[in-house]
Design a binder for this molecule. Sequence first.
Ligand SMILES: NC(=O)c1ccc[n+]([C@@H]2O[C@H](COP(=O)([O-])OP(=O)(O)OC[C@H]3O[C@@H](n4cnc5c(N)ncnc54)[C@H](O)[C@@H]3O)[C@@H](O)[C@H]2O)c1
Length: 349
Amino acid sequence: MPNSPSEKALVPFVSVADMMRLVHHIGLEPLLRALTDAIEADFRRWQMFDKTPRIAAHSREGVIELMPTSDGTLYGFKYVNGHPKNMAEGLQTVTAFGLLAEVSTGYPLLLTEMTLLTALRTAATSAMAARHLAPKDARTMAMIGNGAQAEFQALAMKAVLGIDAVRLYDIDPAATAKVARNLAGRGLRVTSCRSAEAALEGAEILTTCTADKQFATILTDNMVGAGVHINAIGGDCPGKTELHRDILLRSDIFVEYPPQTRIEGEIQQLDEDHPVTELWQVIRGEAPGRRDDRQITLFDSVGFAIEDFSALRYVRDQVEGSDFYQEIDLIADPDDARDLFGMLQRAAL
Ligand SMILES: NC(=O)c1ccc[n+]([C@@H]2O[C@H](COP(=O)([O-])OP(=O)(O)OC[C@H]3O[C@@H](n4cnc5c(N)ncnc54)[C@H](O)[C@@H]3O)[C@@H](O)[C@H]2O)c1
């Protein structure tokens, strides 16, 4: 068949529908646990990766970013956007897709949807950080911002840390009602609150996951008591933060990749040399995590390429030999590698 693509031309493609089936096949909580472990395993070999702050194209409305990394054997990148105003138009704030490739040939190994996968990997990364930083007996999480990421955050903390209660707040009560509905019957005591202050009552883990293109103040200093772990997800762009600066000054701050977090994270509000600890060093036992029960730990999450790399590789391993993907004719692969033109002519009418 002169027009049929060869094996190298065909790249496994995981569609949104495939991803949804895969998640249900594995089970959401087992998947979140496995993904947490996969990301942690890659954080343990942090030095093997090429690292760069993600490449961001900012506009008045939002940002489009490319997030590449490689461990020398595999290469991955994610395309992701962040448009807080999208929601009002019925569009998502964050959408994504990504690719995994073989370094030795440069040929792609997997193309996949990553909107769902980003929610899963962000939640798994939060759980990984909390596993090392949150108080050991943490059972209650406050969840401020009840948008697309919220249920994933709550369920990852349940699956990995064993929290059993979540206290919700969003400026839009419809968002809170949506999360309460989605989490019903999943083994979490869910309380819908009328203010952020009320949501924080009795919570040992405070997650902020709001979307607003400004320096917002979701938490003020007086709202944060001693001994809590703050999981700050929504401040992830220049000019877009969630915590009052005074909270940062009272916290021990843990980050993914400092050159990126200094530009995008809560710590953009601090001096460039304000001390922070890299999470991978805590995971490797090379830096202390939580030291005592009065300390405030803060994971200043922005999302780093290695987390997406781990997620891409995890998905590739899971779909291999399954029917959770289709093959797409992505790479031109002429019979004679130098005869690209000749291959084109095969389709001439
Ligand atoms: N750190 C990471 O790795 C990572 C990954 C994914 C998304 N994010 C960020 O997380 C944020 C949330 O993402 P999403 O997909 O859930 O967005 P979303 O638009 O679906 O939900 C955001 C929610 O925040 C609420 N909100 C806005 N201002 C608020 C306020 N002052 N108080 C309480 N609630 C408020 C909105 O009503 C909305 O329900 C975004 O800013 C996104 O960029 C970070």
